[in-house]
Write a protein that binds this ligand. Structure first.
Ligand code: GLN
Length: 243
């Protein structure tokens, strides 16, 4: 078996350790004897839904988001939305999360259209939300990551939240929600990197990707002692700092 990882805008949108998510997906596949191949899909490059089993899309500042939103405004964005509708697993963090939604409105610039596959909207606020976030997710348990964004994202009825914020701001600092879930898409503000510290999400993405391609698959368990320690330490530190 092989896992083909498509890294959307890996050169243009990659901050606060986002790259670690791609490395984590590849390693956790390889540790199980599954070959991993990473392809970046950049501005001006074609997106072929048949060429990837799982997608990752990281964060970026407004300047990068403007260029990327323009790149996705035609058939490329429609192909990406179609793949996600069809069940392609994707993890999108922060700037990527915002552009999966209907739009992101920066402070002093016109609205940037997203691809609209997630029923969410994002509008820049006056302050930035920066710091560690601990989230209770019904699907994945306790998640921990690092947020740094000015946008406030609000969920429509077409998505569910990834989880509820225990500490940190999450989507908007108001409703206590973090991230969005729709089909096999996960949108979130958790950078950090997210997946190495939260291997349950990584394995869910890998398993969903392989099951889609090869038929229902169970993943062999890995010894996650280091990952668990990293997770528990960061959760403890984040909660201690918050009190
Ligand atoms: N434009 C975004 C914001 O500040 C994206 C930031 C990010 O991806 N970290 O809300």
């Amino acid at each position: 078996m092989e896992l083909r990882i498509g890294w959307l805008y890996g050169h243009e949108m990659n901050i606060y350790g986002d790259r670690g998510n791609v490395m984590c997906l590849a390693r956790r596949a390889e540790w199980r004897g599954i070959g991993a191949h990473v392809t970046t899909i950049g501005i001006g490059e074609r997106f072929d839904p048949c060429a990837h089993d799982v997608l990752f899309w990281g964060g970026g500042q407004d300047r990068e988001q403007i260029a990327v939103a323009a790149d996705l405004s035609g058939p490329k964005g429609a192909a990406l939305a179609g793949a996600i509708e069809d069940g392609m697993p994707i993890l999108a963090v922060c700037g990527g999360f915002q552009l999966l939604g209907h739009y992101y409105r920066p402070h002093d610039r016109p609205e940037l259209p997203g691809i609209g596959v997630l029923d969410v909207t994002s509008v820049a606020g006056d302050t930035r939300f920066i710091g560690n976030v601990v989230v209770d997710s019904p699907e994945f348990g306790v998640l921990v990551g690092f947020e740094n964004h000015s946008a406030r994202t609000f969920l429509g009825t077409g998505v569910s939240p990834l989880g509820v914020v225990r500490t940190g701001h999450g989507n908007n600092g108001q409703d206590g929600l973090e991230g969005a879930r729709y089909r096999n898409a996960v949108g979130t503000y958790l950078h950090g990197s997210l997946l190495p510290k939260n291997p349950a999400v990584a394995d869910w993405l890998i398993q969903t990707a392989l099951s889609r391609r090869y038929g229902e698959r169970e993943l062999a368990p890995l010894n996650d002692a280091h990952e668990r320690r990293a997770h528990d330490d960061v959760v403890a530190r984040a909660l201690a700092l918050a009190h």
